[in-house]
Design a binder for this molecule. Structure first.
Ligand code: ADP
Length: 334
């Protein structure tokens, strides 16, 4: 993942790098995105030009960074990785852009968290391959245009809706990554097990996949934890019983909910009578950043039918009460 991602620990990033597919045909799942992207790349090759700017959106861990790396590899261009929070001043962006070589792929993670003036500089760069560097202040300030070599911007965001439309409109290709099917995740776990030299049967691969919250990053992470468990408690070989025991130790339940997911549901049910409860109140009550609750836990809980986002706040569904083994009080919402 990008070196600046606060959600992923550095040692985890190294482990991930080893498991990253480097070509489009090794990228499992997301067939539509793969086909569309493959066409974008082929068309660019055909025109002998840089591919259009690409916007990738979707929850963390679904392959946005991986796709940026694949795009660079497929066009044979270098890749520069940065992120919105790292670019606060337009000058930071100007320095990056003017340092690009022709055809370079610029991966801008968390693009929605860039400052507004930097964003405006980016518009011009995307469209005209030019930046205007402002020199001086007040009425005497002048804009010095600097041309930059053609490049491909790959922007990533957890929520495309957070991007202002002038920015969104400047991407030639936009893809929404969705949670993965268990089959695809089983493929990812199997491939990763081979790379990690872990002996794992098909049922265990499927079990790990089915508890991965539809997310390749989590599938790979759980596989590594299961491997650790097998090395310490058995001869290293993984079967279903062992995988189950390991996942239980790491507090991953049968549906793949982890501790944060359950804490969120428990808070809504036990502390707020099923909701509605506002996001920031909910985040405080589970001791997390609102962003983490909103962008990491909620998309999966919504998709699993455990949580609803309503204008008045978050509401637990009957399925959530049932999953927690609680009975919803009469009159509970949902
Ligand atoms: P994001 O940038 O969306 O947060 P990443 O691209 O960093 O996610 O992916 C996280 C991990 O999951 C990486 O180790 C990557 O190898 C793996 N991964 C993601 N998508 C796929 C995929 N489609 N096929 C195989 N591995 C994948």
């Amino acid at each position: 993942h990008s070196p600046v991602d606060p959600l992923v620990a550095p040692e985890e990033q190294a482990a991930e790098a080893a498991l990253r597919p480097s070509r489009l045909d090794e990228f499992e799942g997301q067939p539509r995105v793969r086909d569309q992207l493959s066409l974008v790349l082929a068309a660019a090759r055909h025109r002998d030009s840089t591919p259009d700017h690409v916007l990738l959106s979707g929850p963390p861990g679904l392959g946005k960074t991986t796709l940026a790396m694949i795009i660079a590899a497929e066009v044979g261009a270098p890749l520069h990785i940065t992120s919105g929070p790292a670019i606060q001043h337009p000058g930071d962006l100007a320095a990056i852009l003017s340092g690009l070589v022709e055809g370079e792929v610029l991966f801008l993670d968390e693009i929605h968290r860039m400052s507004r003036p930097a964003e405006e500089m980016l518009y011009l760069a995307m469209e005209d391959f030019r930046v205007d560097v402002i020199v001086g202040k007040g009425p005497g300030a002048t804009a010095i245009p600097i041309s930059i070599p053609p490049f491909t911007l790959v922007g990533a965001t957890t929520r495309a809706g957070l991007l202002p439309s002038p920015l969104r409109d400047r991407f030639g290709f936009t893809a929404q990554l969705d949670f993965y099917e268990v089959e695809d995740l089983t493929g990812i776990v199997t491939r990763s097990a081979a790379k990690l030299d872990v002996e794992l049967d098909a049922d265990s691969a499927r079990l790990i996949a089915s508890r991965s919250r539809g997310t390749p990053r989590i599938a790979n992470r759980l596989l590594r934890r299961v491997r650790d468990y097998a090395q310490v408690n058995a001869d290293g070989r993984v079967d279903v019983a062992l995988a189950k025991a390991a996942l239980e130790l790491y507090e991953v339940d049968e549906l793949g909910l982890d501790r944060l997911d359950r804490a969120v549901l428990e808070a809504i049910c036990a502390k707020f009578a099923g909701g509605p409860v506002g996001l920031s109140t909910l985040a405080i009550s589970v001791g997390e950043e609102t962003e983490t609750v909103e962008e990491v836990a909620e998309p999966f809980l919504v998709r699993q039918g455990f949580l609803m986002r309503t204008p008045r706040g978050r509401v637990a569904t009957p399925a959530a009460w049932a999953h927690l083994g609680l009975s919803a009080p009469p009159g509970a919402p949902g």
